[in-house]
Design a protein around this ligand. Sequence first.
Ligand SMILES: [Zn+2]
Length: 58
Amino acid sequence: MRGPSPFWIVKCPDCSGEQPVFSRAATTINCLVCGATLATPTGGLAKLRGERVRVESA
Ligand SMILES: [Zn+2]
């Protein structure tokens, strides 16, 4: 049972802002508020620097 890859809601460790991050992000994701790196691509599931607060289906 594998649906579409979900989005993760990630909390920025620097400003505590939350934003969606594609779980299989292919590029580095930066915080929209402060520009801190939130996730880096690995070729599979993105590696998160921030805290994943919840998951939303795509
Ligand atoms: Zn931030």
